[in-house]
Write a protein of this length. Structure first.
Length: 145
């Protein structure tokens, strides 16, 4: 192979690799300070229980390798047993394949039972970050198929 042709092939391969690398990267974040370990003290201060459920059936999804499993198109919700009046933020991050936050809303919760509906999600792996006053209190990994 002539030297100039080898350089051309190298430049094309290098350019392709760089463009591909720029299109991938870490999944979107709910905030730089959100992630990692949950604050169990803050959770216990505000909540008696919290569960990820199908909004239609009210049941938890079966546990799989990537957390609870639900059908694609199934509307999901977090069932909350609150001890206090609290503002709850639910932020859904894709774990694979997504470039945007799938859901990010805040809801006022009164003491007692409440349901925080989030709708349905495209097939993939996700994690729900439940946040109170800028502090992560619960993670719900799940997969939709």
């Amino acid at each position: 192979m002539p030297r100039s042709r080898s350089r051309f092939v190298f430049v094309v391969l290098l350019s392709t690799a760089l463009l591909t690398a720029c299109s991938f990267g870490p999944p979107p974040s709910c905030g730089e300070e959100i992630g990692g370990t949950t604050d169990s003290g803050k959770f216990d201060e505000n909540f008696a229980a919290m569960t990820l459920i199908s909004e239609v059936t009210g049941e938890e999804g079966p546990q799989g390798e990537g957390g609870a499993e639900f059908a694609s198109g199934e509307s999901l919700a977090v069932r909350i047993e609150s001890k206090t009046d609290v503002e709850v933020r639910a932020c859904v991050q894709p774990v694979s394949g997504g470039k945007e936050i799938a859901f990010d809303q805040t809801q006022s919760i009164s003491p007692g039972s409440a349901t925080f509906g989030m709708g349905s999600f495209d097939p993939g792996r996700y994690v729900i970050r439940v946040i109170v006053d800028g502090t992560l209190v619960k993670n719900f990994p799940f997969t939709t198929r």
